[in-house]
Design a protein around this ligand. Structure first.
Ligand code: ATP
Ligand code: MG
Length: 566
């Protein structure tokens, strides 16, 4: 079954994904007083990518669908990697994708509450300061089948742990010298229960709390509690957190003991499968490396899977949301073919993009029997898929540019483009026949000559004459110079995240080809950055923000057809 058939079928009967089913059941049972509250919890340590879009569509989508609310919460518990630049970009990208949060929260808003909670745990004998190195602690963890070894500090007096914990926040304790661990069970088959580290020292200013804190909570000691403080009902995340869920529940339960006034309320965690895409690297850490090492031109490089990169590439929020909807949510990891994403943008732009003419690798075509100085304005339909988009005019003249690859002097039988003696149609204009060429000393074709049949323009007696090929063209005099950036997949292997080779060696050498000598029809003179077009017979392109008054720059969003997957 093809992807297309799949989308057609699904449009008619929308079935619930498993999270929606859980939400509907909770609503039916009157849980949480009928409240639905979700959150999207990015760590502000990089730009959002297409994988995050899947989480965003879920978190915001469920809230929207069931009259609930979704907040944006920055999971900012590691100041060394976080920055306001990322906070700002995350907000921009979520809105671009078409979603709005109710409130913005930061895990750092809860540093005091988490600190107080940690002190309560220490006092209750449920947490202790361990002065071993992280290597020693890791060594004692055991394996899933072998119990761990208890730390020699595990049963130290409460008072000792308390006073050391206070010191962890004064700046006098070097990073790594001690940590706070929850005292749970060193033999538990779930490794996350083996006295997990819940606080560590980081001597780096925080982008929001400055130097107030030196002791920072770990993810597991911040996430569930943050959900709890905010009143989240459904804490939706990805499958790698399944093994963290018991710990999430344990800390929420502990917290509830200190807050009897909160009654029955408690957040619950649900997990769906991450988005993994072929030929795509989705780890923020590695994306950061690509940016920092100059292997791409920034987070918004059109080859990046970031939302800002996809936007610059010419992807639309509608196409991304549609793609996410089609791949769906399951409880099983999978690798999705990037061709499905490409299909989604093709489909969207097919409906929306204005058709124009652009010649990327031009060679001159002279219509020798066309009067010198004559210009005809040929009507060109803007979008055959959408009559309401109207039409524009393209200038036809004696000297044109066509695509170099659309001509062959000695062509095989099935070459239906221009070759001496063979008739072809020039799109929106006449049928022409090649009569000869002019070459330079090295044998390169400089000019192609052809004759046109004046009776073959649209609406004329011979306009329906059958020819095997139709070529696009622009007028030499009436076209504009442009730079065209031909983007392709960044990686040359299907699963770059899953190969033992350094991922930098897996970068495709052809992911960007720059054509500086392209010519585009005059109609594009006032095209605006991010505007979408179909370059007829070539693909979908958009205007790059590098465009200046004197120089148009276009990015190839996607080719017209999927030439890679047959
Ligand atoms: P990365 O592994 O790329 O650094 P992350 O999970 O650390 O991503 P976060 O900022 O913590 O990034 O992610 C915010 C939310 O987005 C989390 O709920 C996470 O589960 C979700 N998310 C991240 N990557 C994906 C993905 N590839 N597919 C679906 N959801 C994702
Ligand atoms: Mg994360």
């Amino acid at each position: 079954m093809s992807f297309l058939e799949n989308s057609v079928n699904e449009e008619n009967k929308k079935s619930l994904n498993f999270i929606e089913a859980i939400v509907e059941k909770d609503l039916a049972e009157g849980k949480n007083d009928g409240r639905i509250q979700t959150r999207f919890p990015p760590e502000p340590n990089g730009y959002l990518h297409i994988g995050h879009a899947k989480a965003i569509c879920m978190d915001f989508g469920v809230a929207q669908e069931y009259g609930g609310i979704c907040n944006l919460r920055f999971d900012d518990t590691n100041p060394t990697k976080e920055d306001v630049e990322y906070v700002d970009s995350i907000m921009e990208d979520i809105q671009w994708l078409g979603f709005n949060w109710k409130d913005v929260y930061y895990a750092s808003d809860y540093f005091q509450q988490l600190w107080d909670f940690a002190i309560q745990l220490i006092k209750a004998g449920k947490a202790y300061i361990d002065e071993q190195s992280s290597e020693e602690i890791a060594k004692q963890k055991g394996t899933p089948t072998q119990p761990g070894i208890e730390s020699p500090y595990r049963n130290r007096p409460v008072e000792e742990s308390l006073s050391l914990f206070l010191k962890m926040n004064t700046g006098e304790i070097p990073e790594g010298a001690m940590v706070l661990r929850a005292k749970i069970d060193m033999a538990n088959p779930n490794m996350h229960f083996r006295d997990p580290i819940i606080y560590r020292v980081i001597n780096h200013p925080h982008h929001r709390t400055g130097s107030t804190w030196k002791a920072y909570p770990m993810y597991d000691f911040a996430h569930g509690q943050s959900d709890y403080f905010e009143g989240v009902t459904h804490s939706i995340c990805t499958l790698e957190f399944v093994v963290h869920r018991p710990l999430y529940d344990l800390f929420v339960d502990e917290l509830k003991e200190f807050r009897p006034e909160d009654g029955d309320y408690r957040p619950r965690q649900y997990e769906f499968n991450r988005l993994n895409l072929t030929y795509t690297m989705m780890s923020k850490r590695k994306l950061l490396q690509l940016v920092q090492e100059g292997l791409v031109n920034g987070w918004d490089d059109p080859r990046m899977p970031t939302l800002t990169g996809l936007r610059r590439r010419g992807y639309t929020p509608e196409a991304i949301r549609h793609f996410v909807d089609k791949i769906g949510y399951t409880k099983f990891e999978a690798l999705i073919d990037v061709a499905l994403l490409e299909h989604a943008i093709r489909e969207d732009l097919n409906a929306k993009a204005k058709r124009v003419s652009a010649v990327i690798d031009p060679v001159k075509l002279i219509i020798t029997n066309y009067p010198e100085g004559q210009v005809e304005m040929m009507p060109a339909v803007n979008n055959p898929e959408d009559e309401s988009m109207g039409s524009h005019e393209i200038a036809f003249a004696r000297e044109l540019y066509i695509e170099r690859e659309d001509f062959m002097e000695e062509a095989p039988k099935k070459f239906f483009r221009m070759t001496p003696g063979q008739e072809v149609r020039l799109k929106n204009a006449y049928i022409v026949k090649c009569t000869g060429v002019k070459k330079d000393a090295a044998g390169n074709i400089e000019e192609i000559y052809a004759e046109y049949d004046p009776q073959t323009k649209s609406g004329m007696p011979e306009s329906n004459r059958k020819v095997k090929g139709t070529l696009h063209w622009v007028s030499v005099e009436h076209s504009l110079p442009a730079e065209v950036r031909l983007y392709d997949r960044l990686f040359s292997v299907e699963n770059p995240g899953d190969v033992n080779t350094d991922f930098r060696e897996l970068l495709s050498p052809d992911s960007l080809i720059i054509k500086t000598g392209a010519r585009v029809e005059k109609d594009l003179e006032n095209a605006l950055p991010f505007e979408h077009f179909q370059f007829q017979r070539i693909g979908y392109f958009n205007v790059d923000p590098d465009t200046t008054a004197g120089k148009l720059v276009f990015n190839r969003t996607v080719s017209l057809k999927d030439s890679k997957n047959k």
